[in-house]
Design a protein around this ligand. Structure first.
Ligand SMILES: NC(=O)c1ccc[n+]([C@@H]2O[C@H](COP(=O)([O-])OP(=O)(O)OC[C@H]3O[C@@H](n4cnc5c(N)ncnc54)[C@H](O)[C@@H]3O)[C@@H](O)[C@H]2O)c1
Length: 338
């Protein structure tokens, strides 16, 4: 087994972060969570304890609080940071861009300063496929970047800030992971995504509709240039995504790569339409989840699918789980929280 590392996971109580914590512990690493719980249920650390059998140290703090972050890095002997904390709702980012620049860029800069002051040199950053501009799928990491909204711009800007910080030696090396469309939940049903209010993402919307919390799933447009007219996305099981972080962490810690900031897509390379996702989820539920076709949503593209080859070649990682598994696991979680 690889060397045991102590990892600080900012946003580690959130949807993706909680799954990353489980996979890090499964790989033999130690984890400390730092989260302000603005978008996480208070019992997530206890649920993580039930899954992993480990009492995970959890610090309730804002990542913009540099002093708190610095203390966490020192006190726990942290070797590397996985930075997941941030805001992620595109509509909210368009309405309140300054809130997003403060949270996502302010948080990132405070973290980098705390790392520099503490001598912690290794960073994995949760970036997003939303940094890419439009164009033909599948998209590799050299696809031109041109985010279409303030949320995507915070991701791209923080990637660029990290590049500058690495070049100047403020931190040693970094990897930005560009996620496509995380879906599903841990097979235990104990952790997953259950957003407050109306979900922005398709899977929670379908699951909450199946549970009777919304009358119908709104499908935004069925006149795109795709096989059935609905948008095509690269859905990736959140457990696969979390394992991608473990692989990226090993690569990041490997000797001989100082002063590098690398980017990797985390996706499956396979696209599914909204209608295919609805059909598969309905099959898992045993009944047709009601839906209606409504107008296209501004800013949506027809198809967004990853080329995941760089991650396969360099990290030795590929997504393995199917859309059926994403639906079954999300449903198990929905039943647990409903
Ligand atoms: N879910 C997606 O579709 C997706 C896609 C691409 C990238 N990402 C990125 O991945 C990361 C994790 O996303 P997620 O889906 O798990 O979201 P999430 O909201 O479930 O998790 C984010 C966590 O960070 C915490 N947090 C937010 N602001 C904080 C702050 N200032 N200080 C400390 N903690 C804070 C929240 O309480 C939450 O637990 C985010 O950076 C997001 O932008 C998500």
């Amino acid at each position: 087994m690889a060397k045991r590392l102590n990892v600080l996971a900012t946003g580690g109580a959130g949807f993706i972060g909680s799954h990353v914590v489980v996979e890090l512990i499964a790989a033999g690493h130690g984890v400390v969570i730092l989260d302000n719980f603005e978008n996480a249920a208070p019992d997530v650390p206890a649920r993580l304890g039930r899954i992993t059998g480990v009492d995970i140290p959890t610090i309730r703090a804002d990542v913009r609080d540099k002093e708190m972050v610095r203390r966490a890095l020192g006190r726990h002997g942290i070797d590397a940071v996985i930075h997941l904390a941030g805001k992620k709702a595109v509509g909210e980012a368009v309405a309140q861009p300054l809130l997003y620049y403060d949270a996502n860029l302010g948080g990132g800069v405070a973290l980098l300063e705390a790392m520099q002051e503490s001598g912690v040199g290794k960073l994995l950053f949760s970036s997003s496929a939303t940094v890419y501009g439009p164009g033909a799928a599948p998209m590799d990491e050299d696809h031109p970047v041109a985010p279409s909204n303030p949320y995507g711009r915070t991701k791209l800007m923080l990637e660029e800030i990290i590049t500058d910080a690495v070049a100047a030696g403020a931190i040693e090396s970094a990897i930005s992971l560009r996620y496509f469309n995380p879906a599903g939940a841990h097979p235990s049903g104990l952790i997953g995504e259950d957003p407050r209010g109306t979900p922005n993402n398709l899977f929670p919307f379908i699951a909450q509709t199946a549970a009777g919390r919304h009358a119908k799933v709104r499908v935004f447009g069925d006149d795109y240039d795709t096989p059935d007219g609905t948008g095509v996305r690269d859905y990736i099981h959140v457990v696969d995504l979390a394992r991608g972080h473990v692989a990226a962490l090993s690569h990041l810690m490997a000797a001989g790569m100082p002063q590098v900031h690398e980017r990797f897509n985390l996706g499956t390379g396979r696209g599914y339409s909204v209608k295919e996702a609805l059909t598969t989820f309905s099959r898992a539920c045993g009944f047709q989840v009601p839906y209606e076709i409504v107008a296209r949503r501004a800013g949506d593209v027809a198809t967004c699918v990853a080329c995941p080859d760089r991650a396969a070649r360099v990290l030795g990682w590929r997504a393995e789980m199917t859309l059926d598994q994403m639906c079954a696991d999300h449903l198990a979680f929905q039943r647990e929280v409903a």
